[in-house]
Design a protein around this ligand. Structure first.
Ligand SMILES: [Zn+2]
Length: 359
């Protein structure tokens, strides 16, 4: 495998226990062809005068390259992976997808303490019931109204649930944010040969109607905070009836995956009697971690709808060590490490989470 500096390198992938079958099923058909890791990838700067936008194809002089464009959105904490083949006009357009992705992720970017453009973003539910923001070394989740169950403490089970409403978002726009990341990673000659329709899908809002915009993946407990990283896989057998590429995106406590849509060569398979079989992406990890025994929550959603989803509920679930929970001293103005006072659980107005441990 080559990275974009042309240097050969080798990656080894790891998996949590219990996923061997899924990993075999996937790696039988797909191989890793590119990795973009915000902490590991070294990029070679391309001078502006030599730049050409991989999306609109305009060159320096025909368009501008003043803004820093990112391969993985900066709002997910990626500072390092820059795209030297994305012009300001296209960058502006893709920024709208990223806003929708931020809304879809809801409170999670705040909870994970993501270092976005202007520091950790503040989260406010549209009904103002829940606010989350950084406060020095902690993230605070706050509410004023204790008459509802936006924060619910279950003393017997030593757990706590935060329920909040997400800002409205368009699933299709969120999906486009993922497709755009794939288009930023795929080799330019493949992009030019096979993915013009996918680029039109991104640049021209009503050019292509798509259904079956499936996004699958896993959520990890939110104490995990993965650096932003993207993997591109390619099918081993060009004639197998599957998508040519699969993108996997990792950040915070999420793993997202999409089969990359609208590859010209893949239409050959659509024209036969079957649609393409969706690959089951396993939770492969680049580094060996303490996630080996981790229970992951898989998900699969259809993001085909362009219509705004309004008032969708999000939930945060905290579990505590029972012993610790029961012996928490009574009211504490400034609880540390997310441990809540056991005193009057219904009146909790603030939860503080340590930024570094996620506890
Ligand atoms: Zn452009």
């Amino acid at each position: 495998m080559e990275n974009n500096t042309g240097r050969k390198f080798q990656f080894q992938l790891f998996m949590p226990n219990g996923y061997l079958e899924k990993v075999d099923g996937f790696t039988k058909n797909f191989e890793l062809v590119a990795v973009q890791h915000s902490a590991l990838t070294i990029q070679k700067l391309i001078p502006k005068a030599e730049r050409r936008c991989r999306f609109c194809k305009k060159t320096y002089g025909q368009t501008k390259f003043k803004k820093e464009a990112h391969i993985i959105p900066e709002m997910l904490g990626n500072k390092n992976l820059l795209s030297y083949s994305e012009c300001d006009n296209c960058n502006y357009q893709f920024g709208q997808f990223e806003n929708e992705l931020a809304h879809f992720l809801g409170i999670f970017r705040t909870i994970s303490g993501v270092d976005a453009k202007q520091g950790v973003p503040c989260f406010k539910s549209p009904d103002q019931q829940i606010i989350a923001k950084a406060n020095g070394e902690t993230i605070d989740i706050l509410r004023e109204d204790t008459s509802n169950d936006a924060i619910k403490v279950n003393k017997d089970l030593s757990n706590l649930t935060v329920r909040y409403k997400k800002p409205s978002y368009s699933p299709l726009m969120v999906y486009k944010a993922f497709v755009k990341i794939a288009m930023s990673i795929i080799k330019e000659h493949e992009l030019n040969e096979d993915y013009q329709l996918a680029i039109d899908f991104l640049l021209h809002p009503n050019s292509i109607k798509m259904t079956g915009c499936f996004v699958s993946g896993y959520t990890l407990p939110f104490s995990y905070n993965l650096p932003p990283q993207a993997y591109l896989f390619k099918k081993k057998d060009a004639m197998s009836p599957m998508h040519t590429h699969v993108l996997a995106l990792y950040f915070q406590n999420f793993i997202f995956s999409i089969p990359v849509p609208l590859n010209k060569k893949d239409f050959f398979f659509y024209n036969k009697e079957n649609v393409l079989k969706l690959p089951e992406y396993p939770p492969l990890l680049l580094e060996p971690t303490n996630m080996i025994d981790l229970t992951l929550t898989p998900f699969m959603n259809d993001f085909s709808s362009p219509d705004k989803v309004k008032g969708e509920e999000g939930e945060l679930f905290f579990e505590f060590d029972k012993e610790h929970f029961e012996h928490t001293p009574t009211f504490d103005q400034n609880p540390v490490n997310g441990v809540m006072p056991e005193f009057r659980p219904d009146d909790v107005v603030k939860i503080s989470i340590s930024k570094h441990t996620g506890e």
